[in-house]
Design a protein around this ligand. Sequence first.
Ligand SMILES: O=C(O)CCC(=O)C(=O)O
Length: 350
Amino acid sequence: MANSKAFVADLASSVSHVPAKYIRPTSDRPNLSEFWSTLDDSSIPVIDLQDLRGPSRPIVIKEIGQACKDYGFFQVKNHGVSSTVIDAMFRVSREFFQLPESERLKIHSNDPMKEVRLASSFNVNTEHVSNWRDYLRLFCHPLEDYIHQWPSNPPSFREAAAEYCRNARELALTLLDAISESLGLERDYINTVLGKHGQHMAVNYYPPCPQPELTYGLTGHTDPNAITLLLQDDVPGLQVLNNDKWLPVKPIPYAFFVNIGDQIQVISNDRYKSVRHRALVNSEKERISIPTFYCPSADAVIGPAPPLTDDDIDNHHPAFYRRFAYSEFYRKFWSRGLAEENCLDMFKIK
Ligand SMILES: O=C(O)CCC(=O)C(=O)O
């Protein structure tokens, strides 16, 4: 029975209509014509990281700070992750999702706390409407703690994904330094606050959908981590919220889309916002996106950076959030539906 499939990839090819559990209420459906007609006028800032290591560093830091403040996201080029590493990551990802269902089922799990798993939608335990997506989720840092659990099929998966993770981590650290500086903090402030650091990765697979106007690949959400570095293939689908408008993100080959996550919103005491984003699907082509979620370690304690808070009523910068262990935030994020109240609200000082 088509509907009892664990993965949407195996359902997609056998249906001509979207099954009921994927259909969004009419008030919450994608506007596909708007998405496709505005794709080319995309105003997402693109930042060249080339000069971050030279005398022009302050200029690039300023650009990053401005993008974080005005948008909460930006794309980066000349970021130091080679096209060879990126191509290899996409190749093993495609090969992974082409494996027979029986092979993919071996790592199927709906337990969000599992360190390595393949699942469908977002969290089938809590959500009311499903997302047209399968995703492989991997804990990645420290690599030696997790790599032995990663898929061993396709045979080159571990090597290509490990190399990719090391590179993505370097980029994340570079950006976190820059973000610290842009907030007027010490360069290693965020690096230190993240404790022993964590890094997770997803490989999202969105098969073609017979009625993309009725569902999402992934419904709107903010990311619970510090920053996300998203690679997308050449098939458009990502949308981000800016000033109450959903903007399409046209893929730029080999660029990363970077977005601020909830932890930077807390550390920056709301100077930088974690923005809602979502993925649309289409009826023609599969789409693969590969987010790296860079995060604090579970035991790291997160709160607004003291230099960004004050008791001065006129400046209006009291601490907006209480301090918490990242493990508490992470558990809360996964215990609710994506579309529900933003997790950050649960940590706000009222
Ligand atoms: O596929 C995309 O473009 C977005 C993916 C995403 O937001 C996520 O995996 O959290």
